[in-house]
Every structure is written in C-alpha cells, then in structure tokens.
Design a protein around this ligand. Structure first.
Ligand code: NAG
Ligand code: NAG
Ligand code: NAG
Ligand code: NAG
Ligand code: NAG
Ligand code: NAG
Ligand code: NAG
Ligand code: NAG
Ligand code: NAG
Ligand code: NAG
Ligand code: NAG
Ligand code: NAG
Length: 837
C-alpha cells in the first residue's frame, strides 16, 4: 500500500517533470533543437536576438499548419516554409530527429511530410538552430559543420545575408518561388533569381519566361533599377568563387527588412515599422508597364513619360502597324532599311553611324568585354557586321548586341547611353526633317541679330567713349550639367577687368606644378598652391583638358563668375587660357577645406572649432548662399554644396568655392558621370537625386545636411557604405524628436552655455532637409531663423531618407530594439567615410 502511494507520487512527479520539460526548453528562449526533445505544434524556438522564431504557422484565411520561420514581431509573416506543398490539416505536427540525424516533420498518423533529407544513411548526432539572421541550420554536433540550411532552400523571401546563387558551369541556381496566393504557400508560377552568365542580372520569371529584369550589375548597382542611382536603402554585394558560382546578397541591416516575391510576380522591399506595427513598402521591382520584360517588343523603346509608352527607335517601324496602334506592342519593330553591312557582308565603316539613345536600361543579351575606352567599343562594333548596338559603362566596360534589342527603356536622368547602329542615310533623313525646325530658328536668329546691331549702334551713339571690348552674355539653361547660372538681363561684361596670367608665370609660381604643391583635387582638375613674384600666395586650379568648350565661351563665363564678390565666396583673381591649358587663379585659403577640419579626428582644428566658430561658419555659408541665390546680379544655384567645397581663411571664415565653375567644365557630355545628375550623393536633395529637378531649395537641402555635419562632426554617408547609409539625417531626426538633441552634437563642442542654441540649429537643419522643396524654407528665411529674427520655428516633417532608413526606430513609447541591433546614433560611433564622387 505504502509503496503504492510512493509509486503513485513518483509517477505524478515524473509526469509533472515531463510536462515541464517542453515548458523549460521553450520558455527559456532557446534557439536550438536537440535530439532529446520532441517539437510540437504549440512550441517555438527563438533566435538569439529575438528577431526570428521557428514554429507552426497558418497563413491568412487558411487553417492548415506549416512548419515555418517567422518574425517575432510579425508572426503572420513567414520567411521560410518547410512543408509548403504538404500542409498539415490539424495540430498534430511533430518535428523529430531521425536516426541518421535528419529533421523530420510527421503528422498524427506518423506520415513524413517533410525532411531535411541531407545527411546520408549512417547514424549521427545533430542539432538544429535558428540563427539571428533567420537562417535555420542543421549541424553535425561532433564536427559543428552545417549540413543543411533553410537559406539554401528559400521560399518567397530574400533576407539580408541570404544569397541567390547561380553556377555558370552547371546552371545550378538557388531561386525564390512565389506563393500561389496570399493564403496558399504552395509554389506559384513566379520564380526569381540571379543569372550570372555574361553580366550578372536579376530576373523574375513567369513559368520560366522572363517577366522582369534588373539590368546588368555594374559592380555597385543594378544598372536598370533607377532607384539605385540615388542613395538607397540597403546595398547588395555580388561575388563569385572558384567553382563558377556567383552570389548576390543584400547587406545586413540594423532594421528588419525583406524582399518578397509576391504571388502577382512583383518583388517588394519592405521594412518593419515599429510604430505602426506593420510593413512599409519601400521599393517595388515592377513599378509601371515599362518595367515588364519586353513590354515594347524587339527594337521598341519604352518610356513611361511618353504616350503611348512604346515607340520604335529611329530607322525602325512597327512590324504590324495595326496591332501596334491598338496598343499591342509585343511584335515590335523592324529596320526600315537594311544595313549595307548586313546586305553584302562587307564592313563598310563609313556607311554606318550610331544613334545615341540617352539614359537607358540597356537591352537584354549583351555581350561583354573589358575596355575602359568607349572608342574601342565603337570600333569593335563597326568592324563586326552582326553588331547592332553598343554601350559603355565605366565599371562594366563594353557591351554589344547582335540579337534584336529587347527590354530596353528610357529613364529620366539616370542610366546608360546606348549607341544604335543605323545606316548613315537614316541619320541624314532626320536632319532633313530638322530643316522644318532650323529654318524658323535661323529666321529668329537674324531678327535678333538685327535688333542687337541696332541696339549696339544706339548704344555707341549714346556713349561716344570707346570703352573696353564688351560681349553680350548669354548663359543658357542646360539641365544635365552642374551649377546653374540663370540668364540675367542684357548685361555687358568687361573682359579686360580680369587679370590674365601667362602659363609661364603660373608654372613658375607652382614649381612646374610640382606634386609637393598639390592642394587637392577639385571636381574638374587639380589645385596647386603657388607663389607669385610679388610674394602673393595663390591657389591655381588646372582644369583637365576634357572640356570641349571654346576659349571665348570659357572667358565669357569666367568673367561672369569673377563679378561675383562676397566675403563668403572664394574670390577669383585671374585666369589663364593658353592652347589646351585653362587655369583659374583664386585667393589662397590657409585653413583649407571644411571637410578636413570637421571629419579628421586628428586634425588640430578640432579643438579650435568651438561652437561659436561653428555657428559663424554656418551663418556665413548661409550668407554666401543667399548672395548666390538672390543678391548677385545673376541667380546661381550651386548644386554641389558640401564641406569640401567650403574653404576657410586664416580667421576660420568660410568661403564657398566651385560655384558656377562646374557648369562650364561639365559641358562635355561624354565625360564620365558629369552628364548625369551632378552633385554628391548624401548632399543631393531627393527630388534632384531621383528626378533631376533642382531649384534654390535643392541648395537649401544641401545646406541642411552641411549644418548637421558641422554640428555633429560626422559625415553624412553614402550608399555604398553598407547599412549606415544616410544615417546622419535619421540620427538627427530621432534624437531631436526624443528631445535628446544634445546627444547628436559633436562631443568636442558640447557646452552647457549654448545648449538651446545648438538644439535650435538642429531644428533649423531639419527644416532644410524636408522631403518636399516647398516645405523647405528659403535661405533668407533660414538666416532669419538663425539670427532669431524669426523666433517660433515650424515643426519639421520627417526627412525621406531618414524615414526609410530609420522609421522602425523612431517613435515614442514603443519598445526600442536599439540595444540588440547596435543602433548607430551615439557619440562614440565612427561612421566610416567613403566619398561620393
Ligand atoms: C538534451 O541534450 C543536450 C545535449 O545533447 C543537453 O544539453 C540537454 O540538457 C538535454 N535536454 C534535456 C531536457 O534532457
Ligand atoms: C480573408 O478573408 C476575409 C473575409 O473573407 C477577406 O476580407 C480577406 O481579404 C481575406 N484575406 C486574404 C488574404 O485572402
Ligand atoms: C519577442 O516576442 C516575445 C513574446 O511574443 C516578446 O516578449 C518579446 O518582447 C519579443 N521580442 C522583441 C525583441 O520584440
Ligand atoms: C486530415 O486529413 C486526413 C487525410 O489526409 C483525414 O483523414 C483527416 O480526417 C483530416 N483531419 C481533419 C481534422 O480534417
Ligand atoms: C513512426 O514511424 C517510425 C518509422 O517510420 C517508427 O520508428 C516510430 O516508432 C513511429 N512512431 C510512432 C509514434 O508510431
Ligand atoms: C531525399 O533525397 C533523395 C535523393 O537525394 C530523393 O530520392 C528522395 O525522394 C528525397 N526524399 C524526400 C522525402 O525528399
Ligand atoms: C488560393 O489558392 C487555392 C488553391 O490554389 C484556392 O483554393 C483558394 O481559393 C485561393 N485563395 C484565394 C484567396 O484566392
Ligand atoms: C571568380 O573570381 C575570381 C577572383 O576571385 C576570378 O579570378 C575568376 O575568374 C572568377 N571566375 C569566373 C568564372 O568569373
Ligand atoms: C504584389 O506587389 C505589388 C507591388 O507592391 C502590389 O501592387 C500587389 O498587390 C502585390 N500582390 C499581392 C498578391 O500582394
Ligand atoms: C498581341 O499580338 C500577338 C502577336 O500578334 C498575339 O499573339 C497576342 O495575342 C496579341 N495580344 C493581345 C492582347 O491582343
Ligand atoms: C551574308 O552572310 C550571311 C551569314 O553570315 C548569309 O546568310 C548571307 O547570305 C550573306 N549575304 C550575302 C549577300 O552574301
Ligand atoms: C565592300 O564594299 C566596298 C564599298 O561599298 C566595295 O568597294 C567592296 O568591293 C566590297 N567588298 C566586297 C567583298 O563585297
């Protein structure tokens, strides 16, 4: 009897213990399954940083159960599913380890629904762990090697650090498959992955047929994705190993982010919003009809701004005009006239010409060879009869096409220039049509000339003194170039006022442009320190010879710029034009540029630049900018305001440099980069970076970024810089909102005397970096705010880049993930710096 009770007691104790075991395991935040536990429907394990869980999951409007990895914060979002094709219809699912170490999912009737099926047949000991990045791995416990991982068997989601791969020899790919629909995770008709042959690209396929294409990877970005040309959220890297396998992976991020191939065949990049507890879509692959693969058929170019969006390129006409006009563009266009070269297989270089198509996502099926020189691409293409078009990208090299051009589209202001081969007469043809335009222009020109001559005589009569040579200024508005000088009233400038230096003088002054006297590299040439015979110290900017501009135009514009006089602009004191050589002579600034002083921790000026000096710098730059925008006789938009373009004189007064110059020397459109949006990532306003639109308010944006940099002593980073991209704005926004603005401030200037002032400056800077130009104050208003003429400041809106980057960390009252994710907004943080050019 007694023994019986003891027995019973022991039994119930055992029962309690046994039922406690799962509880103990799973409530203690374990991230690992071991062979002595049985994992049931109600159990979960959680990753070390608590981001991901493994457990059983049911999609929306679906009662079936699936073994899955999902987010802790968003349990309805599964990033990986084991038994997507064999769901459980009840909660009887069990995960166990088989004798040979595989993980096995069985249902209540002991049928195997899924298995890792990776370990061979002999018995071994394994465990399975859910890692911080969401990878679920099976390890051999004796050796620690990973024998299976969920990242190698993806479902529809690509996570940071996950890889899409392609082996160019075996063709083995790791691809992503869409779900059938939002409540059915069975593989649907869409897949996505990388194709590495030739130039790597990312594809979405619909039942194996291309549906979307990213355009070639150029070493940094996917060249057919316009959003990637401006600062973007999360960078990718691509690399290969010796077996010929290529990998592409999104960099690790400090926020929760994923790419989902959804069931309608689109890729959505989404970020977790901690405040609203939902996913924000930050990018989609297929934004419009032009993004769909081959929307306009062979030789049809797509431009979403045109109506209709498809057009045949010059020298081509629709194959089926009726279909084309009814909006079915799939059959595309054909050449109006055969290339002579194609007709008689005879390379007739002279007869063929190239038509330049700007800003393209280049067509599919590019052949590729390395060359730094675009002329080489051209000659190679001309010498090969089957070459239809070529293009050149500084990072990719030459691309050429011998198959019909499919899936190319025109962007607004980014992309690659495509050169399409045409018979010479097709281009001439066009110029015939041009007469219709040219004749009125010529007539207009003569009328205007006549008026000017009359005016000149009139002037001469009025002013009998024979003044110095005068030229009429006519500075045009050219969109794709740098600093913009708006045309002013019919002003005449006086050429002789600007001192001309001889090449010899300058060469002697700089010791034959000796490297020891090199001060730096500006956007358009090298800058040397020099000393004139009279002892005056100067800075000489020697412009690279790529400017295709004539000497007279050059002089004309230099003279215009030399008229700008303001104590916060660097003064141009002369120039030199001799043959190919063009040089500009400036006053010398002993304290060099602001970026050295601000960002170099070992720079002696770190101590000198206290808050008073920094505030003076901010205010003075503002005044210089105001002069450019409205006080000078011209209206000038700088377009590239950044610390390296702000120079400091011996008293630490700032002077803006490089204004107006870039516009003159960026003129040659074949020069790398400059024909695109000019400026430096990180300082460019969103509307300018993304759409090429600019105004005074774009300068105000750059000024806001500059203010934040001066206050924090940290550089706003740039999109190649891994996950810290654009964090400065995000940090400022977050800390200011949390009323911790002082945490943002450079430690070397922290001073209790000016706290209010400093926080007010952050506030003003945030007003300057707002997304919409109309929200930003003009520079005049900014100055009034700085000087307290305007006392009450409006509330800023969240800056766009900060929003994308940082939305999940902002907010009041929500739990901060900061401790686990290493939030970068702290004073100790050093943001590594990569320059924008
Ligand atoms: C299961 O086995 C592991 C080692 O393989 C051990 O550390 C752990 O304590 C065991 N758990 C239980 C509940 O027995
Ligand atoms: C789930 O069902 C509800 C009600 O029928 C419907 O409103 C909702 O759109 C469904 N969700 C999905 C993803 O199908
Ligand atoms: C993860 O989920 C658990 C329970 O749902 C919760 O207590 C915990 O705070 C979550 N962790 C994070 C980092 O959100
Ligand atoms: C689950 O499916 C099995 C057949 O696969 C069936 O026998 C069983 O009744 C189903 N259970 C439920 C709860 O529907
Ligand atoms: C399930 O089947 C396996 C063999 O397939 C067997 O070893 C195991 O004992 C069975 N488990 C149950 C609970 O029936
Ligand atoms: C396991 O793999 C083998 C070959 O590697 C295959 O024949 C078998 O069907 C797989 N089993 C399961 C359950 O996937
Ligand atoms: C999803 O797909 C399944 C099977 O293909 C179908 O039965 C179901 O109705 C679909 N659900 C929706 C919401 O379309
Ligand atoms: C892969 O990269 C290596 C350099 O790491 C390079 O030498 C090799 O040619 C590449 N292989 C292929 C197939 O491109
Ligand atoms: C797929 O993504 C696109 C773009 O965000 C969206 O318009 C579409 O509704 C999504 N489809 C589904 C089924 O969620
Ligand atoms: C468009 O034209 C192609 C080729 O003639 C034809 O196969 C296709 O059905 C047409 N599509 C539509 C929507 O009319
Ligand atoms: C040119 O060469 C192609 C194949 O390369 C051939 O089919 C065609 O007949 C040739 N044309 C002439 C005119 O020789
Ligand atoms: C190639 O074309 C040139 C000029 O059109 C002609 O003089 C030459 O004879 C042609 N050569 C051949 C092989 O057809």
């Amino acid at each position: 009897m007694n023994t019986n009770i003891v027995h019973l007691y022991l039994q119930s104790l055992l029962f309690v213990l046994i039922s406690l075991v799962p509880l103990l395991c799973f409530c203690l935040d374990t991230d690992t399954l071991t062979s002595n536990i049985t994992f049931r429907d109600s159990d979960t394990i959680i990753s070390g940083r608590h981001d991901f869980k493994l457990g059983f999951f049911s999609p929306e409007n679906n009662t079936n159960r699936y073994l899955a990895v999902f987010y802790n914060v968003s349990e309805e979002t599964a990033v990986w599913i084991a038994n997507s094709d064999r769901p459980l219809n009840d909660s009887s699912g069990t995960v166990t380890f088989s004798r040979n170490g595989n993980l096995v999912l069985t249902n209540g009737r002991n049928e195997t629904l899924w298995s890792t099926n990776a370990t061979g047949t002999y018995p071994r000991n394994t465990n399975a762990q859910i890692q911080d990045n969401g990878n679920f791995v099976l390890r051999d416990t004796s050796t620690g090697t990973i024998i299976w991982e969920s990242f190698a068997h993806p479902s529809n989601i690509l996570l940071p650090t996950m890889r899409s791969t392609d082996n160019i020899y075996t063709g083995h790919k790791v691809v992503y498959s869409s779900w059938k629909n939002r409540s059915n995770p069975e593989p649907g008709s869409f897949t996505s992955g990388i194709v590495a042959l030739n130039i790597p690209q990312i594809f979405i396929w619909n039942n194996g047929r291309p549906h979307w294409r990213s355009g070639p990877w150029n070493g940094m970005i996917l060249s057919g994705v316009p959003d990637m040309y401006s600062p973007y959220l999360a960078a990718f890297s691509l690399w290969n190993d010796t077996t010929g396998t290529f990998y592409i992976t999104p960099h690790e991020t400090t926020f929760l982010m994923k790419y989902t191939l959804n069931s309608t065949g689109n890729i959505e990049q989404t970020m977790w919003n901690n405040r609203q507890m939902n996913w924000d879509v930050t990018w989609v692959a297929i934004e419009n009809e032009c993004d769909v693969y081959g929307a306009c058929g062979p030789f049809g170019s797509c431009n979403i701004r045109d109506s209709p969006i498809c057009s045949c390129t010059r020298g081509f006409e629709p194959i089926n005009r009726e279909e084309w006009e009814s909006g079915n563009w799939t059959s595309g266009c054909a050449r109006r006239r055969q290339l002579p070269c194609e007709q008689n297989n005879n390379t007739s270089g002279d007869k063929d010409r190239f038509l330049r198509l700007q800003f393209n996502k280049v067509p599919d099926f590019a052949e590729h060879f390395q060359s730094r020189n675009p002329d080489v691409c051209r000659t190679r293409c001309l010498s090969n009869c089957s070459c239809i078009a070529y293009a050149h990208d500084p990072y990719i090299g030459c691309m050429s096409w011998s198959e019909p051009l499919v899936d190319f589209q025109r962007f607004n202001s980014v992309g690659i220039d495509l050169f399409l081969r045409l018979e010479a007469s097709e281009l001439d043809n066009h110029s015939n049509r041009m007469h219709v335009i040219i004749i009125p222009v010529l007539v207009g020109f003569f009328v205007i000339s006549f008026v000017i001559i009359i005016a000149w005589f009139w002037n001469k009569r009025k002013d009998k003194r024979f003044g110095p040579k005068t030229i009429a200024k006519d500075i045009k508005f050219l969109e794709a170039e740098s600093a913009i000088v708006f045309k002013d009233e019919t002003e005449k400038v006086n050429v002789e006022e600007l001192p001309l230096f001889s090449f010899e003088t300058l060469s002697n002054a700089t010791y034959q442009f000796h490297d020891n006297y090199l001060l730096g590299r500006g956007g358009f040439g090298l800058v040397y320190k020099g000393c004139l015979d009279n002892g005056k110290v100067i800075a000489v900017k020697r412009l690279s010879a790529t400017s295709g501009q004539g000497n007279e135009e050059f002089m004309n514009e230099v003279v215009v710029i030399s008229k700008l006089q303001h104590r916060n602009l660097v003064r141009l004191i002369g120039c030199c034009v001799e043959g190919e050589e063009k040089m500009l002579i400036y006053e010398y600034m002993p304290n060099k540029s602001l970026d050295g002083c601000l960002f170099d921790p070992n720079h002696p000026s770190q101590k000198i630049l206290d808050w008073k000096k920094r505030f003076n710098i901010i205010e003075s730059i503002g005044r210089g900018l105001l002069y450019l925008h409205r006080d000078s006789r011209l209206k000038i938009i700088h377009r590239d305001l950044k610390p390296s373009n702000v120079l400091l004189d011996e008293d630490w007064n700032p002077k803006i440099s490089d204004f107006g110059m870039a516009r003159i020397f960026g003129g040659n459109e074949d020069f790398d980069n400059t024909s695109r949006v000019v400026g430096t990532y990180g300082y460019m306003a969103p509307e300018y970076a993304m759409e090429g639109r600019f105004s005074e308010k774009s300068d105000v944006y750059s000024f806001g970024v500059l203010m934040l940099e001066i206050i924090s002593g940290k550089k706003n980073t740039h999109y190649y810089n891994k996950e810290l991209s654009l964090s400065l704005l995000g940090c400022a926004w977050k800390l200011w909102n949390e009323e911790n603005g002082l945490d943002f401030v450079d430690q070397t200037i922290e001073s209790s005397n000016f706290e209010g002032e400093i926080v007010r400056c952050i506030h003003i800077a945030l007003l300057c970096v707002q997304e919409f130009p109309n929200d930003r104050p003009s520079i005049q208003i900014v100055l009034s705010m700085l000087s307290h003429e305007i006392i009450n400041l409006p509330m800023p809106k969240q800056p766009i880049f900060a929003e994308k980057w940082n939305r999940s960390h902002v907010g009041t009252g929500t739990t901060q993930r900061s401790s686990q994710v290493g939030y970068p907004c702290s004073n100790g943080l050093t943001i590594t710096v990569l320059d924008g050019r």
